[in-house]
Design a protein around this ligand. Sequence first.
Ligand SMILES: *[C@@H]1O[C@H](CO)[C@@H](O)[C@H](O)[C@H]1NC(C)=O
Ligand SMILES: *[C@@H]1O[C@H](CO)[C@@H](O)[C@H](O)[C@H]1NC(C)=O
Length: 280
Amino acid sequence: MLLPLLSLAAFASTSIAVKPIHSHNDYTRAVPLWTALNLSIMSVEADVWWQSSQLFVRAVLAFLLLVAHTSGEIDKTKTLNSLYLANILGIINGTISSPTPISVANPLQLLIDFKSDGPTTYQPVHDALQALRAGGHLTTYSNSKLTQGAVTVVGTGNTPLASVIAADPRDIFFDSDIRHLYSTKPGVGLEWGPEISPLASVDWSSVSSTAQMQELVRNAHDFGIRTRFWDTPSSVSTWNTFWAAGSDWVNADDLLAVSNAWGIFDSTVGPALKALEAEG
Ligand SMILES: *[C@@H]1O[C@H](CO)[C@@H](O)[C@H](O)[C@H]1NC(C)=O
Ligand SMILES: *[C@@H]1O[C@H](CO)[C@@H](O)[C@H](O)[C@H]1NC(C)=O
């Protein structure tokens, strides 16, 4: 595989140590979290709906955060807690065994896609994370300090930026729009950075060229923010183009295919890069 030197240089700027793969909408799989963890893919996504019309007491609020792609598909046995949070806590605390550990050294990025109204859904999501929070397992921003935890929670979809910013300590972060990092501010007197937005994304259809994609990746990295393009074609050549540009999280549904593609890319481009560095 021949890649231009420029691409190799860009690849060097990829800032994650784990496989640069994000498992998109993995609740559609029979065993959602596990398909990713079995392949050491450390970024997963859950779509959540808050059904406020039901009368449940606060103690079981987490069970109302139902995981589904559209509200018509809601299966009330599938909750954010049962599919994700309980398993994640168990893997961290050693009561559930996992092929891939989740730890500060090998953290999991959990994207929570707010499908229902943002401000209404924020507090139930915040509450559902309480066990992980109480265990000290969440990446947290407090007193101007960002502390890496075993799990970094990033809100996407309808996640309300104002609630994210207002939280102190902050442990739900915000998936920003990669196109607007230079042209907008997250709030008065604030700048974009990983303490608000460790991840910036955009729909692939609104990016016009590979060159623009590479520029967006560089822009995000200027802010210390990692990148993700979604709704991309599911092909090895597309994935390779993102990795060559240093894009951090390749968004994919076919995890085995993307994982195999990364293995090949990493074993060809990685050594080529080291050889280049050795030549000085
Ligand atoms: C994950 O791996 C475990 C053990 O390695 C296996 O029992 C389980 O079936 C796998 N699950 C999936 C969804 O691949
Ligand atoms: C460990 O995780 C399990 C599974 O989520 C949970 O039931 C248990 O309460 C946890 N224990 C501690 C000490 O966090």
